[in-house]
Design a protein around this ligand. Structure first.
Ligand SMILES: Cc1ncc(COP(=O)(O)O)c(C=O)c1O
Length: 384
């Protein structure tokens, strides 16, 4: 099987980080922060070490916070709901994933927020000036998909943040796709924070994600419960990280994330990413040369991730993916990729597109096989 669905989740995972995490968990798997005995204290130290690693990885600094969550969707819900406890205006984009669109839509439908969604341009990018124009005096924050999970386009976060900050508004990033594939410098870019997920290009397991927040961004808790601190009070603590972490955290996931971060910052992995980009260019240029294949914003200047969306003229995306799977054992994702507004604007709704997304373990042979398959399929479709 040739796996080209790494934007959904990376597969396979490197074994070493998982092995190390399991060993650590078996040795020190007590409840972190919930006991005065040595093992619980040690578990807490290990979690704190991962928090510091996460902050460093995303270019945060002294005073920045990490709150763990189950995944990006969980983190985004915590962030969005925690920042909209008072009526306000929110700006986001038509490139967003449903894990941003649905919480925002829910709040807008309840009349709790006014919402403006900025369009993307004909290259698949959000223009900083368009975001600036959407800001209002009561805009609470701007929520931006840092890298599109459909086009792969990486948005100019630093430029957008600068325009937002001029008007006293925080830019917050959904870094689900970019984390691990594109450098992120939160402090340098003057971004207020981000949500990440561990199982995509950070190469960790499912079940771990989180928020990285500047001291300027302070969501209110929207879930309350046990934190291991201030247990006498019936009011949930406002102190970080427990403010946004109710209940026992996913210790094995946190430890795995720590080891994955070591892995993705290693020189070997950086080389693998450079190779992945070369393979992506091979795939993109090869697909662009096939008669009947329609690529969506996969070429042109601008930063992008090694993923792209396309269709074969005359075929539904789901049928194309089924043929790739059934006849060629190539796994890709078809449909709307949880980005319904993007496909509305692209004119590809309701069937969507087929997405090819590369990973660090793909080979040239994988890409050549995918190109051969697409050539045959497009040839048959064009002759029909
Ligand atoms: C841009 C974007 N945001 C959010 C998510 C949600 O990630 P998770 O399913 O890990 O919560 C995804 C996953 O596909 C994504 O691509």
């Amino acid at each position: 099987m040739i796996y080209l669905d790494n934007s959904a989740t990376t597969f396979p995972k490197p074994a070493e980080p998982l092995r190390r995490a399991l060993e650590q968990y078996l040795q020190t798997g007590a409840s972190p922060g919930r006991g005065g005995y040595d093992l619980a204290v040690e578990a807490e130290y290990e979690v704190e070490a991962v928090r510091r690693k996460v902050i460093r990885f995303f270019g945060g600094n002294e005073g920045w916070r990490v709150c763990f969550a189950y995944n990006a969707t969980d983190a985004l819900n915590t962030l969005i709901q925690g920042l909209t406890q008072e009526p306000c205006h929110v700006v986001s984009t038509r490139l967003e994933h449903n894990s941003v669109l649905r919480p925002l839509h829910h709040l807008a439908a309840q009349g709790r927020i006014a919402l403006d969604l900025v369009p993307f341009n004909d290259q698949g990018y959000v223009e900083p000036e368009a975001v600036a124009r959407a800001l209002k005096p009561d805009t609470a924050f701007v929520m931006l998909n840092h890298a599109s999970n459909v086009f792969g386009t990486v948005q100019p976060a630093a430029e957008i943040a600068a325009l937002c900050r001029e008007q006293g508004v925080e830019l917050l990033l959904d870094a689900s796709q970019s984390a691990g594939l594109h450098p992120i410098e939160l402090e340098k870019w003057d971004v207020g924070g981000l949500a990440f997920t561990g199982h995509k290009s950070l190469l960790g397991p499912t079940g771990i994600g989180g928020l990285v927040l500047s001291p300027r961004v302070n969501p209110l808790p929207t879930r309350y419960g046990g934190t291991g601190v201030d247990s006498i009070s019936l009011v949930h603590t406002m102190d970080y990280p427990h403010r946004l972490e109710a209940g026992t955290i996913n210790l094995l996931g946190v430890l795995s994330l720590g080891h994955s971060l070591d892995y993705v910052t290693s020189p070997e992995h950086k080389q693998a990413l450079a190779r992945e980009r070369e393979l992506f260019a091979l795939l993109r240029d090869g697909l662009a040369a096939i008669e009947g294949v329609e690529l969506y914003h996969a070429t042109g200047p601008g930063e992008r991730l090694p993923l792209l969306s396309c269709n074969v003229r005359g075929m539904k995306a789901g049928d194309l993916a089924a043929v790739l799977d059934g006849d060629y054992e190539i796994a890709v994702r078809a449909g709307l990729h949880c980005a319904p507004l993007l496909h509305q604007d692209l004119g590809t709704s309701p069937y969507g597109s087929v997405r090819f997304s590369l990973g660090a373990f793909n080979t040239q042979a994988d890409i050549e096989a995918a190109l051969e398959a697409m050539t045959c399929i497009a040839d048959v479709a064009c002759r029909r």
